[in-house]
Design a protein around this ligand. Structure first.
Ligand SMILES: *Cc1c(COP(=O)(O)O)cnc(C)c1O
Length: 379
């Protein structure tokens, strides 16, 4: 099945009791049984819910995986995934990481005995030297936030396999339309479906997708045992979002390309980070592992100060100043004072995250209007 057909049809079926073409919102906490243990596959809504089941099947299909496991947020998904490991186990993670994932690993899971190494993975050869017999997982996020670096998933899969470790990929920035890590050798894919999959900035949700039955069984066990499950109304919104993912992503990519090129020739812009430029250091990898370059862009100003960046952020009219990404509307953010404010300035700058860096989540409005807005804000 090709991708557009897959996002609309795969994993979902009309409701068998009514014929409703859209999966109903099963707003119920329990299910009546004919007698003890004689039920229709549903007992209690933390354990299973029919709206959630259809969403999990649709999400699994979107990543060409066998099993989908849904959670109340992206971080709840990652938190549950980390419960697959035991004290003393080592996880090698990328250093250019979503801030909330870094906080979960360092401030929560390290206190329970998991060990983390945060390393530069933009050259995959750098990973092998950090592998030890205790290494149990490699955690990759690509493209990275906010510098849009690209990590070679296939190369990471080979290193993980050799080490007897699992490979998990946070695929939030690319979405299942642009990149399918399981096809490239990953064992698990994680999404903050809050972003592109939901697509309308109206729901918080996370999921893990795998084709490994043993891992899936453990994750279903943990989903029920720990209970960070999504509500049925949220599952409905995600099912609706997934049906238009491909058309939204096509427009995000088209608009992203136009805006990246506009910014690059602007006299006040020093540098643009977008993985579709042929001189991007990881362009060749992006081109082979992604179907398009997406709508996430960041750029630096020639006047490399917080004040100059703040002036741009407070001058845009269409680009709304807000955290998050992946919705139909365009957003603008200043990582140094918003998403990455907790990182000390020296460390932030050493990592390439300069004072004037501005991040755009390019929406699906008319590109001409978006460019006009940036033009007046930069002026
Ligand atoms: C937002 C985000 C998360 C966390 O997801 P929530 O749904 O906010 O819990 C994880 N990874 C990336 C790349 C994100 O952008």
């Amino acid at each position: 099945m090709k991708s557009a057909t897959k996002f609309i049809h795969a994993g979902v079926h009309p409701d068998p009791s009514t014929g409703a073409i859209m999966t109903p919102i099963f707003q119920t906490s329990t299910f009546v049984q004919d007698g003890p243990g004689k039920h229709k596959g549903y007992e209690y809504a933390r354990t299973q819910n029919p709206t959630r089941t259809q969403l999990q099947n649709a999400l699994a299909a979107s990543e060409n995986g066998e099993y989908g496991i849904s959670f109340g947020s992206g971080l709840a998904a990652t938190d549950t995934l980390l419960k697959l490991f035991k004290p003393g186990d080592e996880i090698i993670s990328t250093n250019d990481l979503y801030g909330g994932t870094y906080r979960l690993m360092r401030k929560v899971w390290e206190t329970y005995g998991l060990k983390f190494k945060f390393i530069d993975m933009s050259n995959a050869d750098n990973i092998s030297k950090h592998v030890t017999p205790a290494t149990k997982m490699i955690w990759v996020e690509t493209p990275t936030n906010p510098l849009i670096r690209i990590i070679d998933i296939k190369a990471c899969a080979a290193i993980a396999k050799k080490a007897g470790a699992l490979l998990a990929v946070d695929n939030t920035f690319a979405s299942p339309y642009l990149q399918n890590p399981l096809d490239l050798g990953a064992d698990m894919v994680m999404h903050s479906a809050t972003k592109y999959i939901g697509g309308h900035s109206d729901v918080v949700h996370g999921c893990i997708i795998t084709s490994n039955k043993e891992i899936a069984d453990q994750l279903y066990f943990l989903q029920n045992a720990c209970g960070a499950v999504p509500g049925p109304q949220d599952c409905f919104l995600l099912l609706r979002g997934l049906k238009t993912l491909h058309v939204r992503m096509q427009r995000h990519c088209e608009n992203g390309e136009q805006i990246a090129h506009f910014l690059r020739q602007h006299s006040k812009v020093a540098k643009v980070h977008w993985c579709g430029f042929e001189d991007h250091p990881n362009y060749a990898i992006a081109k082979t592992q992604m179907r398009g370059f997406g709508g996430m862009i960041s750029f630096e100003l020639k006047d490399n100060t917080v004040a100059a960046a703040e002036k741009v952020l407070s001058s845009t009219k269409l680009f709304a100043c807000a955290e998050s990404l992946g919705g139909v509307e365009s957003l603008i953010g200043h990582p140094a004072s918003m998403t990455h404010a907790s990182i000390p300035r020296e460390e932030r700058i050493a990592n390439g995250l300069v004072d004037s860096l501005i991040r755009l989540s390019v929406g699906i409005e008319d590109a001409e209007d978006l460019i006009e807005d940036l033009k007046q804000a930069l002026g």
